[in-house]
Design a protein around this ligand. Structure first.
Ligand code: ADP
Ligand code: MG
Length: 212
């Protein structure tokens, strides 16, 4: 397969310069297949194995649409575990370096909710979290999702396996339309396909097969 550089995408010059400082030059296959659609604002279902660079595939798209001058939760990423949420938040912070002061907040269980609520009061551009804790903050009225423009379901198969479906459906319903919805998963079996179909609007589907 021919490789494609990030510079072939219609990205902001500062974002491109930051990618170069991270030593991200060529897109990985899932990035090359996803990003052109993501940057056009399409909904997307992307299937690729772990370690294929899925975080940047949605993180770059989310940052591209984000208005740094507006301190409101414009992007929401749901992850199955606290560890994955921390990893995703850190990767988005690295990707965001070129874009001014972007606040990325993680909201996961295992730590008290009150300090998270205080951080939310101070404002965030992007929230990364686990469905249970995000649902908690919605119920308490400490998280406002009415300005979300990009919603990401990361590792959707694992989140569904872990029994988070009801929380996810509630959170998706709290995100306004129009919005962009991106679903990333290592596998995409029929039950998850049926369960998530209503979250997405005319999605493009891309799959990167495992290398043999
Ligand atoms: P996935 O979510 O598919 O498991 P990650 O997003 O965690 O994969 O990325 C895996 C690793 O690849 C990370 O260490 C990330 O920094 C690195 N990476 C992602 N995209 C690129 C790229 N275009 N060039 C170089 N390294 C990359
Ligand atoms: Mg990942």
């Amino acid at each position: 397969m021919t490789s494609r550089p990030f510079t072939s995408l219609p990205l902001n010059a500062r974002l491109l310069a930051n990618l170069a400082t991270l030593d991200y030059h060529q897109m990985t296959p899932i990035q090359a297949q996803s990003l052109p659609h993501v940057l056009q604002g399409r909904d997307l279902i992307a299937q690729a194995k772990t370690g294929s660079g899925k975080t940047a595939a949605f993180g770059i798209g989310m940052l591209h649409r984000l208005n740094p001058a507006w301190l409101a939760v414009q992007g929401l990423v749901l992850c199955p575990t606290r560890e994955l949420a921390d990893q995703v938040a850190n990767e988005i912070r690295r990707l965001a370096r070129g874009k001014g002061n972007i606040k990325v907040l993680t909201l996961t269980g295992g730590v008290p909710a009150r300090p998270q609520a205080i951080s939310l009061e101070h404002g965030a551009h992007i929230v990364v979290g686990t469905p249970g804790r995000i649902q908690d903050h919605l119920a308490r009225g400490t998280l406002d999702l009415s300005n979300v423009r990009t919603l990401v379901l990361d590792e959707a198969d694992r989140m569904t396996d872990m029994g988070f479906y009801d929380e996810i459906a509630g959170i998706v319903a709290a995100c306004p339309q129009p919005r962009q919805t991106l679903l990333f998963s290592a596998t995409y079996p029929d039950d998850i396909r049926r369960a998530t179909a209503s979250f997405l609007n005319d999605p493009v589907e891309v799959t990167v097969e495992a290398q043999h």
